[in-house]
Design a binder for this molecule. Structure first.
Ligand code: APR
Length: 251
């Protein structure tokens, strides 16, 4: 159901001591001008995952993979890309919620940080970081990477890759994420199609291990919508600020 005016959100009995876990996906950054992956005009409508987002692709054609991430990195650093009111609302929730709070994002952009969030887990890595395949050093990276790039730590030439998690690789921060899911009272999934595991399974973990109230906030029903106890559909910049205000009213 798309809401013309804001819904009244069905929230559980919780208070400021309750723990909250938020999961975000590409949909939260869409209104900031960054493409999602599986929308009609999404990233995977223009290039194949197998060609640019697997370790095998990088081994077979590192130039093509580096160019794909160089293009996305430069786009993210564009003057017209800014955090939106949904990013800012989650930062406001983190700042004002007295209980435990964990933001987990599948996104490799830095718009949550630019919107004021901190301590979040980028489970699929970060576009603005590079990793050395020789010494595993991770550094901030705002420039193009290539076979000429030199590792600042070990000096190896051509060993730097984007510090993002490719398909077939282990997502980051999983132990911390599952520990938080096991004891949260509220789990909210924002802007994700629910197509990619393990993130798509977090709702089950939160609901059946943590006993959490589970909420989906998305433009349209996700693949996992039936697993949520409540689902509200509309643009993140409309739903998320209103949802955050409803949660903060519980404090
Ligand atoms: N507000 C809220 N939701 C939106 C908006 C918006 N303005 N625009 C799009 N969406 C929703 C879409 O309806 C879709 O369900 O965001 C979701 C984006 O889904 P995907 O494109 O599949 O992105 P995501 O779920 O983040 O993908 C997960 O897959 O390719 C990998 O590593 C990549 O992290 C990514 C992962």
């Amino acid at each position: 159901m798309l809401y013309r005016d804001m819904p009244s959100f069905d929230l559980p009995d919780m208070d400021g001591t309750s723990a909250i876990v938020i999961l975000t996906g590409a949909g939260i950054s869409k209104e900031s001008g960054l493409d999602t992956f599986r929308d009609a005009d999404g990233v995977w409508s223009k290039v194949r995952i197998e060609d640019v987002a697997t370790p095998e692709a990088f081994a077979a054609n590192p130039v093509r993979v580096q160019e794909f991430y160089n293009h996305r990195r430069a786009g993210l650093l564009g003057a017209d890309i800014h955090p939106n009111s949904a990013h800012q609302a989650l930062a406001k929730l983190q700042q004002n919620w007295p209980g435990d709070f964990l933001l987990v994002t599948q996104n490799v952009d830095d718009l949550h940080e630019r919107g004021g969030s901190n301590g979040l887990i980028h489970m699929h890595g970060e576009l603005l970081k590079s990793r050395c395949t020789e010494c595993h050093d991770v550094e901030a990276c705002a420039v193009d990477l290539s076979s000429d790039s030199i590792c600042a730590n070990c000096g190896t030439i051509g060993s730097l890759r984007p510090d993002v998690v490719w398909f077939g690789e282990m997502p980051m921060g999983m132990e911390r994420i599952y520990a938080a899911l096991a004891r949260c009272a509220l789990f909210v999934s924002i802007g994700t199609s629910g197509n990619v595991y393990p993130a798509a399974g977090f709702v089950q973990e939160a609901r059946f291990v943590g006993g959490a109230h589970t909420v989906e906030l998305n433009l349209e029903p996700s693949a996992g919508v039936t697993a949520f106890e409540a689902a509200y559909h509309g643009p993140a910049t409309k739903l998320v600020p209103a949802f955050v205000d409803a949660v903060l009213a519980k404090v």
